[in-house]
Design a protein around this ligand. Structure first.
Ligand code: HDE
Length: 694
């Protein structure tokens, strides 16, 4: 809209008084003021529309072309702006500008995503999450395009199109969307033993995160840091959420997808908008060639981790997301991450998956964003000075001047020149020899040992969830032979794991799949890969869902609010009618949500506060019954007011009350309850109930 064209219109202000508001004139995309935005130009009152109507044609033309191709993977994503601050200098290890000095702040843009679903799919698919970070450094853009799981399904880029075809919807029927629980996915992975380790992570609760704010991120590949003298240090990147790692349970995920398909994006938007800026530490694992050689696997194999217990993490910086986007399309949709975007001080390794990615991202972005000038879009444009002889192409925004568009040249004003030395993009001088070949190295042959290490490192509750996830997914597979083949793969990992899954599927236990090399049983467990062994012990950033009825004890509600606030958490008030309730003091309480539209799966812990008068109506409400029953079965901490007896009776929970349930009748109990909520779930309840499938 043209900002110089200001006119005054009359609007109705508060109290119904007309007042003058200055607004910009609505214009066509060529800048001409639009006379009427309601009616097309017609030949007479009832006549046909006229081709001459440039206002209509301009509007419809722009609308017709609003969509661009969605990403072939990671289509559904959500972005935010932020800053990365170096907390530990890595001078001597890398010349990378971001790590040059403690306190140095670098602007970033982050996009989180699911992988398999389309842009309009739901947030809580069981899926890997993308965790892509663009650092706008003073020496160019560095993109760390990672995931929330530290390993990958395949070892060589050659298999990526097959993997993606297998996991996405079937090409004939166009379903199932956004899920791996179908024949083609399990057919593919069951035929590809190298993917077994990744499927264990994918069947763990890591693949159903509570929100983006509560998940880890990983660079996955081994990269290189390059020092001033050209020396290389291997590096693996880890993002550690300040609020801890947390996931939902599968039954919650299924229900959240219906109750709020935007659960994750809403969470991020709300947190940033309310000033509760999510933070992650960036940690690195640094190691040399001798350490790499001593490990029992190849650090260039992206289906393997380097255990934190072997090479400890060192925190080197902090990421804070502090600004939502102004426009989802312009920023989140048009952002173009590329593994090839590195800066001086960072280098690639010969990981064949990484090498393939370096081709793919730029290539796909050409078709997604329409031409090579997408680097000029605000979200993609480097923030440092740029000078080159590139030119032209679709949608060129820059207007270079002068005749010199080549180098070398002899002009006095001949344009930029290369800058040799460490502060330019240098390549590690890796000595190479060998025969050109298409071979998978022997050092990539062990597909099961780290899968076993992952399984052995989980708590019993986590193992239960992994077993239940395999049983769920493979039960959706129609071909029995695929189920059997997958269980055979898993039997190569661990007998107990396979036995439980076979029992859950009603299958005979197959012979273990043959392993290319003997499976190692001597690898020490890695407690770091278990989420429940590393609990955050904080309720900060979480939400307590509190159901209230008329006559509710205001003092107790206030006590909950106060203690939650002190813990850095918030309280959502839920009532049967969104208009709210009248408390015991006769004053109103505003509701944040209606009970039928705010099931307990949307909250981290729940409270139900009713009065003697409201108790029966609440107990008879199916939404209230589900609210409490679900929260209980999802092992949440519950606070129940003294008049909740009828609801407990109706739900059948009256005799199941355990130490995760608090009878909320005093301020002190509210305090104890919120303190207990820092454990996030009362897991002993799951064990008693026996969540494990047969
Ligand atoms: Fe990607 N990946 N990928 N990927 N990937 C894309 O690039 C690809 C892989 C990841 O929010 C695409 O611009 C190949 C691993 C994220 O915009 C595409 C291979 C990891 C995102 C592509 C991999 C990732 C993508 C689709 C195997 C974790 C979303 C659209 C060789 C370390 C970035 C696009 C965003 C996106 C290719 C494997 C992470 C097609 C060929 C491993 C987070 O280029």
């Amino acid at each position: 809209m043209a900002d110089e064209q200001i006119e005054a219109v009359t609007a109705t202000g508060q109290g119904g008084e007309p007042h003058q508001v200055a607004v910009e004139a609505l214009t066509t995309s060529q800048g001409a003021p639009v006379p009427d935005n309601q009616n097309s130009l017609r030949a007479g009152e009832h006549g046909p529309a006229l081709l001459e109507d440039l206002v209509l044609r301009d509007k419809i033309f722009r609308f017709d072309h609003e969509r661009i191709p969605e990403r072939v993977v990671h289509a559904r994503g959500y972005g935010a702006h932020g800053v990365f601050e170096c907390t530990r200098s890595l001078t001597g290890v890398t010349v990378a500008d971001v790590f040059g000095e403690v306190g140095r702040r670098t602007e970033v843009f982050v996009r989180f995503s699911t992988v398999a679903g389309r842009a309009g799919s739901f947030d809580l698919a069981r899926d890997v999450r993308g965790f892509a970070v663009k650092f706008y450094t003073r020496e160019g853009n560095w993109d760390l395009v990672g995931n929330n799981i530290p390993v990958f399904f395949i070892q060589d880029a050659m298999k990526f199109p097959d993997l993606v075809h297998a996991v996405k919807e079937d090409p004939d029927r166009a379903f199932p969307q956004a899920q791996s629980a179908h024949d083609t996915f399990w057919d593919f992975v069951s035929c590809l033993p190298e993917s077994t380790h990744m499927t264990l992570w994918q069947m763990s609760d890591r693949a159903i995160p509570r929100s983006f704010r509560f998940m880890e991120g990983f660079g996955v590949h081994t990269f290189r840091f390059l020092a001033e003298d050209g020396a290389s240090t291997y590096v693996k990147f880890h993002w550690k959420p300040k609020l801890g790692c947390q996931s939902v349970v599968w039954d919650e995920a299924v229900k959240i997808n219906g109750a709020d398909p935007d659960f994750h994006r809403r969470d991020l938007w709300n947190a940033i908008s309310s000033g509760d800026h999510p933070q992650w530490d960036l940690a690195v694992q640094l190691f040399d060639q001798a350490t790499a050689d001593a490990l029992p696997f190849d650090v260039l194999d992206p289906t393997k981790i380097v255990p934190e217990e072997t090479v400890p993490l060192q925190v080197v910086g902090r990421l804070t997301l502090d600004r939502t986007v102004d426009n989802d399309f312009a920023e989140t949709e048009q952002v173009a991450f590329c593994t090839q975007n590195i800066v001086p001080g960072i280098g690639f390794t010969d990981d064949p998956l990484l090498q393939g990615r370096n081709f793919s991202y730029l290539d796909t972005q050409l078709s997604r964003l329409g031409g090579p000038n997408f680097t000029q879009l605000p979200v993609n444009r480097a923030r440092c000075p740029m000078a080159f002889f590139h030119q032209d192409g679709h949608m060129q925004q820059d207007v270079p001047s002068g005749p010199i568009n080549y180098e070398p040249n002899s002009s006095d004003d001949g344009g930029p020149r290369e800058r040799a030395g460490a502060q330019a993009l240098t390549t590690f001088a890796e000595p190479l020899s060998g025969t050109k070949t298409r071979l998978r190295p022997e050092s990539f042959a062990d597909h099961y040992s780290q899968a076993k290490m992952f399984w052995d490192s989980q708590t019993p509750v986590e193992q239960d969830h992994i077993v239940a996830a395999y049983v769920f997914e493979l039960s959706k597979v129609r071909e029995r032979a695929i189920r059997l083949r997958m269980v055979a793969n898993l039997r190569a990992v661990d007998d107990g794991l396979a036995t439980r899954i076979a029992a859950g599927l009603g299958l005979p236990l197959p012979e273990p799949a043959p392993a290319a090399v003997p499976v190692r049983t001597d690898l020490p467990a890695s407690p770091a890969v278990s989420m429940l062994r590393n609990p955050p012990r904080t309720f900060a950033g979480r939400t307590l869902g509190t159901v209230v009825t008329d006559g509710v004890d205001r003092a107790l509600l206030e006590a909950l609010r106060r203690h939650a606030r002190d813990a850095g958490a918030s309280v959502a008030v839920i009532a049967q009618r969104v208009g709210g309730v009248v408390a015991d003091d006769g004053e109103p309480i505003v509701a944040d949500a209606q009970l039928a539209g705010a099931p307990s799966v949307l909250f981290d812990a729940v409270a139900v506060l009713t009065s003697a008068a409201g108790a029966e109506e609440l107990a008879a409400d199916p939404a209230a019954q589900d609210f409490l029953t679900d929260a209980f079965h999802h092992s949440k901490y519950l606070a129940i007011g003294e008049h909740c007896g009828p609801l407990l009776d109706r739900t059948g929970l009256a005799h199941s009350v355990d130490d995760g349930c608090f009878l909320l009748d005093a301020d002190r109990v509210a305090a104890d309850f919120i303190t207990a909520c820092a454990d996030l779930r009362y897991w002993p309840r799951t064990a008693v109930r026996g969540a494990t499938p047969p």
